[in-house]
Ligand binder design. Sequence first.
Ligand code: AHR
Length: 500
Amino acid sequence: KKSVLHVDRYMKVGEVDERIYGSFIEHLGRAVYEGIYQPDSPLSDENGFRRDVMGLVRELGVPVVRYPGGNFVSGYHWEDGTGPKELRPQRIEPAWNVIETNQFGLNEFMDWTSLAGTAPMMAVNLGTRGPEDAKNILEYCNLKGGSYYSDLRIAHGYQKPHDIKLWCLGNEMDGPWQMGHKTAYEYGRIAAETGRVMKMIDPDVELVACGSSSLYMDTFGDWEDTVLSECYDQADYISLHQYYDNCADDTPGFLANTVAMDQFISSVISICDAVKAKKRKKKSIHLSFDEWNVWYHSKEQDKKLEPWCKAPHQLEDIYNFEDALLVAGMLITMLRHADRVRIACLAQLVNVIAPIMTSDTGAWKQTIYYPFALISKYGRGTVLHTVADTPVYECRYGDAPYLDSVCVLNENEASETAELTIFAVNKDLKESMELSCDLRQFEGYQVKEHIVLTHPDLKAANTQSAPDLVKPSAGGNAKIEGGILSAILCDKSFHVIRLA
Ligand code: AHR
């Protein structure tokens, strides 16, 4: 097969907002306890933070981490996780049917984010709570002192405000599984009033309103329309959530989900802009794709869990090579919409549907770690319009291209250097693909590196005893001759072609 990429250095989609490489830590399973926090472990530091996990998080490159949920946040009392640990209550946690010990909370999370080199994206509870508690937590986090909650933070040992600027107005409020589930109108109103109070306290906060929990919700479309009609002035972003599975063991169909994701993003942009037009607004609403991943491997196992235990092995998907290909394709799809998708969170970060896994004796990288880390590292700068002439195959959404691709130009004015990176997935399971691209606009550019992630076995997975089964290598064959880039992309593979 052959594909031709057309790229023009002046045809820009938009700047990559680094927060597109965000992730997510929920009080769920072993994400917090035994994941990022394990005070009795020799692998942890004096705060109880797992050092090995911290190292892998830093290497992954996640500029923002959403917290504390997820479904969890819709019943959460944030105060329970503050103050002296011995006084913190143990509570039932109905979202995931477990006991929450509250030994890790808001202040520990803030300590962890600064050590992990990331920033918080905090969610407020709009399920069992509302504007009053959003007001209180914001006062606790962002005010200097001299008021009840800001003084309480100081009394808890945090003199300086946390100054958290990015907040989610609840989580998946369209979902009937959500504590405090609401109709679109009910949610739109509470989001508007919560947002109004929050911006009175700190006008610089950015707020994410809940969109649909998936493209396949019956309320999709009407939900976004009604919610934004109610809270357009207060919201800065609308969320999208989507998980894909390969339960049918149909890999071409599974990899074609990038088409569905692209349709989801385009549809939400259209609705945001329709509401903008109806309201004759200047401001545009941007997209926060704050839960995305593959999720299905652990679902049968999770049905067997006993209720009301602590930090069980829950949602512990073991990812394989084909999952890594889809994760690469999903990130490429979001980058192609960099003008509107400003925030995205790989759900989640550690142990729970995660790129990083832990045991009591170590931490390791799942297959999906690699495409994420590579794209986060090299996908900075400006996304260029990338048109691919590529063969297609039929899938349930219509035609799926065999090639998912995007080009990102990173120009550094200070050092007067520039780098063009092509990210590409060849979804063909049997045939390699000849890729070419006219780069004569990029005079003098040569191939700096061509990284490849491939494996003969689609189901190959990394484990603690074999952590390197699936990992990238620098073995690509891209070359430039007369300004024309050419490369052979082997069957079922992800590529990072770096040019400078
Ligand atoms: O990420 C796991 C769960 O998926 C989250 O708690 C919820 O928001 C979504 O349904």
